[in-house]
Design a protein around this ligand. Structure first.
Ligand code: SAH
Length: 280
């Protein structure tokens, strides 16, 4: 099947409609076909700071690009402003692609924007994207689950409503029940989070991976431990955006770091010494 036919069979953008889409973690190759089609058909793309330049460069010529995020320390446009902007564009009869990093419904306030569209009778589609907690780990060679280690995984945000840690989390219960924890927006909070885990009985030697700028050319992966991760973030000068992975699965990277292997590193399929985390 040629590309024109593949695209032709996908839905078209409609005037006055919003496509609320995920752009994935950074690598343009991880865009969905629907998002790519939206980038070709939209009149306006309203994008966040996490959407990479390379992805924006894939927009059709002449498409208006409206920045809705936070950059260079400038205050972010208020969520309410963005939602109202989308409604205004829809009333003007534009075809609107609302493009967010990763997946629009994972720590991305996509649900809030969609509810605002509902309140204002604006029709929309939701197009999922590859979230950083999935795509970023894959590019670091760390599985989310593995038969050798864990049968559950938790996605956590390092940022609560008021800028502190999320308040609705029972840290002790989480530390005791969730073998693998994947943390978004955690760089400035990791010491606090590590502290919560350590005081709930997790070992300071438990492996932790920090994946910065995942899936981009500047991706950097640092493997450390729960006891040392705070210091290592400073020492290694790790930059946002970054994901933090806590759990035994991090050790599996030694056999799955495919990007490293492409650059000449030798992988090891040996899983000895990697323990199941079912009974924490
Ligand atoms: N909706 C996004 C998450 C938005 S919250 C998604 O589904 O991925 C912003 C956080 O996402 C960042 O603080 C960081 O923790 C994570 N993130 C997004 N893109 C990333 C990337 N390329 N590399 C590492 N972390 C990323």
């Amino acid at each position: 099947m040629d590309f024109d036919r593949i695209f032709g069979e996908l839905p078209d953008m409609v005037a006055g409609q919003v496509w609320l889409a995920g752009a994935g973690p950074g690598d343009p190759g991880l865009l969905s076909l629907l998002t790519l089609k939206g980038m070709q058909q939209a009149d306006v793309i309203v994008y966040d700071a996490l959407v990479s330049e390379e992805i924006l460069a894939m927009a059709a010529e002449g498409v208006r690009l409206d920045f809705a995020g936070k950059r260079g320390g400038m205050p972010s446009r208020k969520q309410q402003d963005i939602s109202e902007h989308l409604v205004r564009l829809a009333r003007e009869g534009k075809k609107i692609l609302r493009l967010k990093g990763g997946d629009p419904l994972v720590f991305g306030r996509g649900g809030e924007e969609a509810r605002h569209l509902v309140e204002n009778d604006v029709s929309f589609r939701i197009i999922p994207g590859i979230t950083a907690g999935v795509g970023g780990l894959a590019y670091a060679g760390i599985p989310l689950t593995d038969r050798h280690t864990n049968s559950a995984v938790t996605f956590l945000t390092g940022h609560g409503e008021d800028g502190g840690l999320a308040k609705d989390i029972d840290w002790e219960a989480l530390a005791k029940s969730s073998p693998v924890v994947v943390v978004y927006m955690a760089l400035s909070r990791i010491e606090l989070i590590a502290e919560k885990f350590l005081s709930s009985g997790r070992s300071p030697e438990e492996p932790v991976a920090i994946i910065s700028k995942a899936t981009t050319k500047d991706q950097k992966v640092v493997v450390t431990t729960l006891g040392r991760c705070g210091r290592d973030i400073e020492r290694e000068n790790i930059k946002a955006p970054a994901m933090i992975v806590i759990g035994e699965v991090v050790k599996l990277r030694r056999g799955l770091d495919w990007l490293g292997a492409l650059a000449g590193r030798k992988l090891s399929a040996d899983v000895s010494g990697i323990r199941p985390q079912g009974n924490l």
